[in-house]
Design a protein around this ligand. Structure first.
Ligand SMILES: C[S@@+](CC[C@H](N)C(=O)[O-])C[C@H]1O[C@@H](n2cnc3c(N)ncnc32)[C@H](O)[C@@H]1O
Length: 238
């Protein structure tokens, strides 16, 4: 696909802020079917260093709470100011996705790019830990790195060039995720699908010079991309 929105951002700046395969391209594809209104209050869940959160403010006009565990919220807020955004438009919050402290039903929507697979594999997570903070009728847009077909009992050797079986346990196929989210009683599934963005996002990532990207080069250059994909799911709170 063409990434007209992502193309507006300097690739060097993107590369300094990303923590995995090009999250702006992933988010742009995920939000092709955007049902969330301009001005909505949106949580970017697992926002990392905040590049996806900036994208949500600038490209979709949301008010964003950039919520992340590992990154430094002060650094993120500084980055947002450098990008010309005020605290009225975007707020950096350090928080654990499994122990959120927002007001109940505060958010119109949640968007999560390349992070839900760390904390959302427990089928109770959605109903117990996330949906209480979303208004009725609110949307959840999620994209996770995935596998075309789960292979955890017989892992392809190309994948093992970069990742251990324990690390690969965070990555699963569409059926796995469908099984998890369909257990939610408080949301309905609008769609679950394999994304078009895969090879291109991985290739952008392995051109970065950080140590994680360098580690991931071995598998991708050996052709492991053919076993991988990204899986999107869109849910609506009942
Ligand atoms: C691969 S990074 C992706 C970051 C960002 N979405 C991006 O695409 O650039 C995964 C993110 O998940 C976040 N994360 C992992 N476990 C988390 C948790 N329990 N609560 C909140 N964030 C979490 C980490 O802090 C990290 O920033």
């Amino acid at each position: 696909m063409k990434y007209a929105k992502t193309a507006k951002y300097d690739i060097e700046m993107i590369n300094q802020k990303i923590m995995g395969p090009n999250p702006l391209k992933l988010e742009e594809e995920l939000m092709r079917d955007n049902r969330v209104r301009t001005g909505a209050i949106v949580m970017d869940l697992g926002s990392g260093q905040g590049i996806t959160s900036v994208f949500l403010v600038k490209e979709y006009g949301f008010k964003v709470y950039a919520t992340d565990l590992w990154s430094d919220a002060k650094e993120n807020q500084k980055f947002f100011a450098e990008m010309g955004l005020t605290e009225e438009e975007i707020v950096a919050v350090k928080a654990d996705a499994t122990d959120l402290q927002y007001e109940k039903e505060f958010f119109d929507a949640v968007v999560s790019t390349d992070s839900y697979n760390y904390f959302g594999r427990d089928a109770d997570y959605l109903d117990e830990k996330l949906l209480p903070f979303v208004k009725r009728g609110g949307y959840i847009y999620i994209v996770v790195p995935g596998m075309k077909k789960d292979c955890h009992t017989d892992i392809q050797k190309e994948l093992l060039l970069s990742w251990t079986p324990e690390q690969l346990d965070y990555i699963h196929d569409k059926e796995y995720w469908k099984n998890i989210v369909s257990k939610s009683k408080n949301s309905e599934i609008i769609s679950i699908y394999e994304m078009e963005s895969n090879e291109e996002c991985w290739n952008d990532w392995i051109r970065c010079n950080n140590k994680y990207a360098i580690n991931d080069r071995k598998a991708i250059e050996a052709g492991a991309g053919k076993y991988l994909n990204f899986i999107a799911f869109v849910l609506k709170k009942k």
